[in-house]
Design a protein around this ligand. Sequence first.
Ligand SMILES: [Zn+2]
Length: 76
Amino acid sequence: MADRFDQHAVRHRMKLLRDTGETTLYENRDDVACPACGDPFDRVLLTERDAHSFDLDGGTLCVTREEGRLVVSMHR
Ligand SMILES: [Zn+2]
């Protein structure tokens, strides 16, 4: 597995939902694997911000810390 989650390599398998420059949110369209647990995620948030708040409704949140960013994978 690559050291960093490479969103560009799997870009065609995900739908871009939001891009603010600092944070990017994708929806999984093709069972892209979560970098933390290996299971397909529903959405993934790539962020360079230091802090985030999330509303959880019974799903699982996986967090992978990388150099300069966080990769947050959401599973339903
Ligand atoms: Zn996961």
